[in-house]
Ligand binder design. Structure first.
Ligand code: SP5
Ligand code: ZN
Length: 371
C-alpha cells in the first residue's frame, strides 16, 4: 500500500538552489514524485495507491521539532518578503559560527539572522507554502504509520494462526516530499524541513496502548539507505536507545560533518547509532553485502517491532547530484535483504534525483521487499 497526497506535487516549488556556488534548478522537484507515482500506478498488481490523509495535528511534530523552529518555518517567508528578500524563498544570510551565538546569547529576531540560525545550507529554500508542504508530508507519513500498526497486528495474528509465514512481512510506503532525514530538531537543510521518519518513529513510541515484547513501548529500527547521511535523524535520537538508527551512506560527500562511524550515540543512546560510510566505488554486490551484514550484526539483535526505512535512491550510478555504482538491478536485491529481516516495514521517501529511473529504482526496492 502506497500513501501519498496530491499536495506533495503541488506545494513547495523553489525555482533554484546553489550547488558548489552555482545557481541551478531545484533538484528536489514535484517531478520526482510524479515519476515514482506513474511507475507505481502502472503496476497495479503490486501497488495500491491511497490518497487519504488523516490529520494528526501539531503534537507529533512538536515531539520532534522545537517550537521556535516550527514557528520560524511557518512565518519565515512572509517576513523575508517584508524585508526585501528574493521571492524564490528564504536562504541563510549569515550562518552563525560565532562564539556568543553558540552560547545562545545572541539570538536576533531579524529574519536575516534567523535564516542562518535555523538552516545549515543553501538547499532548503523556504517558499510561501513550504510549511504546509512539510506538514502535509509529515501527516501522510503518520497516516501510513497508523496503518503499519494495524497491518502489523493482523500479521501477528495470521502468523499465530499459521495462515501466514513470518517470511512474508507486510510493507507500506509513504510517497512524500519534501524529504526529512537532514532536518534536525531545530535546523532545516538538504531539502528537508520536518523529519518525517523521526516524527513517525516518535509517534509509535508515544502510543500508550502499543506495547512491545517486554511490555514497554514498541521498538523501532531505522534503516537509512539514502546516499547521504541522515544527520537529522541521528541528532534527534542520539541520546536514546529506542529507536536504533542505522545508516549506509557516502564517506566523502554531503553533509560532510556527520556520518562518521565514530558517532555511536551518547548516554543511554550509546551503541544505538550505527553509521557505515562507504566509498563512491560501491557496487550492487558491495552494497547488498554491507547491508546484509548491518542487518545481521545490528538490526536483528536489536529485536525491533517495526522497521522504518529512509528510502533514498540517490545511491543510483546516474544520480545527477550523488551516487554510488548501484544499478537498477541492485534495488530489488536491496528490498529483498530488508524483507529477510521479517518485520513489518514502513518505507518513507527521502532523496533520489535521476527522474528517468526514479520509478523503476524505488519500485525495484518495493518489489524486492514484496518478494
Ligand atoms: C534528501 C537528500 O537527498 N538531500 C540531499 C541534499 C544534497 N544537497 C547538496 C548536494 C551536494 C552535491 N555535491 C556534488 C558533488 C559532485 N561530485
Ligand atoms: Zn540523499
Amino acid at each position: 500500500k502506497v500513501f501519498t497526497s496530491t499536495l506533495c506535487t503541488t506545494l513547495h516549488t523553489p525555482q533554484y538552489e546553489f550547488l558548489s556556488g552555482a545557481q541551478t534548478h531545484y533538484y528536489e522537484s514535484p517531478e520526482r514524485l510524479e515519476a515514482i507515482l506513474q511507475y507505481l500506478t502502472s503496476n497495479p498488481d503490486s501497488f495500491e495507491i491511497m490518497e487519504h490523509v488523516e490529520d494528526f495535528g501539531y503534537e507529533p511534530i512538536k515531539r520532534v521539532h522545537k517550537q521556535d523552529f516550527l514557528e520560524y518555518l511557518k512565518t519565515a517567508y512572509e517576513e523575508w518578503i517584508k524585508e526585501g528578500g528574493h521571492p524564490n524563498g528564504v536562504l541563510p544570510a549569515t550562518i552563525p559560527h560565532f562564539k556568543l551565538a553558540r552560547l545562545g546569547k545572541l539570538r536576533p529576531s531579524n529574519i536575516l539572522a534567523k535564516s542562518g540560525e535555523f538552516c545549515f545550507d543553501l538547499s532548503a529554500v523556504i517558499t510561501k507554502d513550504t510549511f504546509k508542504a512539510a506538514w502535509n508530508a509529515a501527516q501522510v507519513t503518520l497516516t501510513a504509520t497508523k496503518d503499519l500498526v494495524r497491518i502489523s497486528d493482523e500479521f501477528e495474528k495470521s502468523v499465530a494462526a499459521g495462515t501466514v509465514s513470518r517470511e512474508n512481512p507486510p510493507g507500506l510506503y509513504a510517497l512524500v516530499r519534501p524529504p526529512g532525514h537532514h532536518a534536525q530538531s531545530d535546523v532545516c537543510g538538504g531539502y528537508c524541513f520536518m523529519n518525517n521518519v523521526a516524527i513517525a518513529t516518535q509517534w509509535l513510541i508515544d502510543q500508550p496502548d502499543l506495547k512491545g515484547k517486554d511490555g514497554g513501548p514498541k521498538k523501532i529500527a531505522i534503516l537509512d539507505i539514502d546516499f547521504h547521511h541522515g544527520n537529522g535523524t541521528q541528532e534527534i535520537f542520539y541520546t536514546v536507545s529506542n529507536p536504533l538508527y542505522t545508516s549506509l551512506h557516502s564517506n566523502e560527500d554531503y553533509p560532510y560533518f556527520s556520518g562518521s562511524d565514530l558517532e555511536k550515540g551518547e548516554g543511554e543512546g550509546l551503541g544505538f547509532n550505527i553509521n557505515i560510510p562507504l566509498p563512491h566505488t560501491t557496487t550492487d554486490d558491495d552494497y547488498v553485502e554491507t547491508l546484509e551484514k548491518l542487518i545481521k550484526d545490528h538490526v536483528i539483535p536489536y529485536q525491533a517491532d517495526y522497521i522504518i526505512v529512509s528510502l533514498g535512491v540517490d545511491t543510483f550510478k546516474d544520480d545527477p547530484i550523488a551516487g554510488f555504482l548501484v544499478t537498477s538491478e541492485g534495488y530489488p536485491r536491496i528490498g529483498n535483504a530488508i524483507r529477510k529481516i521479517g518485520l513489518p516495514t514502513l518505507f518513507v521517501q527521502e532523496g533520489g534525483y535521476c527522474i528517468e529511473k526514479l520509478g523503476i529504482n524505488v519500485g525495484g526496492i518495493l518489489k524486492g521487499y514484496l518478494g
